[in-house]
Design a protein around this ligand. Structure first.
Ligand SMILES: O=C(O)c1cc(=O)[nH]c(=O)n1[C@@H]1O[C@H](COP(=O)(O)O)[C@@H](O)[C@H]1O
Length: 269
């Protein structure tokens, strides 16, 4: 079995590091001429998958926009995720789950191949304590999945909690160090952190992470490729992530591809 870290390396090597988020906001549905309904959601999602799953390394559906349509919204994802993976994209479910360990074990089932969604990796929240995430780490190891743990997020007031000092480290650094420990233990590089591309300055040390960094915030939140370069050193595997800025180019598939290609080309340049 190949680990998520290995599969991510291959995907980034072949396709570049760009991650495109699938965030079907109501204003975007309207801009695309689609209704705010499960049908509209399906047409939006299918269009993004058809346009981009054959070319970008990672697609990141935002679960919130599917859950708001209940079971019919989840059915849209259950249909789209296998097609995205079959076209060669890794699917990172943006779920931001976190709970006591015994419940976390159930959330981690998203990573099992027999789950109706069966994704490659998911975002998780560490704020119940590092040990609470251990069941998800175990499931990821068992099935070759990946986790991205919120460490230093892109929202403006993220530092309010993430800069709090515990012992001699910030909370954000404690998260990064915990995830680095998981990677050091198995060498898989399957465990990543989330660090926004919007930070004024890099205030966590990623040197011993040993895994990928998801860097959301490009475009709509003001982050740029220059910010990605400024914040992250060459030794870090960064997945710059953009949602609305690419999605706003739809529904024309060629325009969606062109928007993603522009970011990919700028990142490669
Ligand atoms: O985990 C995430 O992906 C995430 C973490 C973070 O710190 N900031 C952040 O914006 N995100 C997600 O990334 C996406 C950003 O969307 P855009 O601002 O439209 O590019 C949303 O789905 C957010 O929930």
């Amino acid at each position: 079995m190949r680990t998520f870290g290995e599969r991510l390396s291959d995907a980034v090597g072949a396709r570049g590091p760009l991650c495109v988020g699938i965030d079907p906001h109501v204003p975007l549905l309207a801009k695309w001429g689609l209704p705010d309904s499960p049908e509209g959601l399906a047409r939006f999602t299918d269009a993004v998958v058809d346009a981009l799953a054959g070319s970008v390394a990672v697609l990141k559906p935002q679960l919130a926009f599917y859950e708001r349509h209940g079971s019919r919204g989840l059915a849209v994802l259950e249909d789209a995720v296998p097609r995205a993976r079959a076209a060669g994209a890794l699917v990172l479910l943006d779920a931001k789950r976190g709970d006591i360990g015994s419940t976390m074990d159930a959330y981690a089932d998203y990573l099992r191949p027999d789950h109706p969604l069966a994704i490659d990796a998911m975002t998780v929240s560490p704020f119940l304590g590092p040990d609470s995430l251990q069941p998800a780490v175990d499931t990821a190891r068992e099935f070759g999945g990946g986790l991205f743990v919120l460490a230093r997020t892109s929202n403006p007031d993220a530092g309010t909690l993430q800069h709090a000092v515990v012992g001699e480290r910030t909370v954000a650094q404690a998260v990064v160090d915990t995830v680095g420990g998981w990677n050091a233990a198995d060498g898989s590089g399957s465990f990543g952190v989330v660090v926004g591309a919007t930070l004024a300055e890099m205030d966590v040390d990623l040197d011993r992470l040993g895994g990928p960094v998801l860097a959301p915030g490009l475009g709509a939140q003001g982050g740029s490729v220059a910010d990605v370069r400024r914040l992250f050193g060459a030794g870090v595997r960064v997945l710059p992530s953009v949602s609305r800025d690419v999605l706003a180019a739809g529904p024309d598939p060629a325009a969606l591809r062109a928007a993603a290609d522009r970011w990919a080309a700028e990142l490669a340049g």
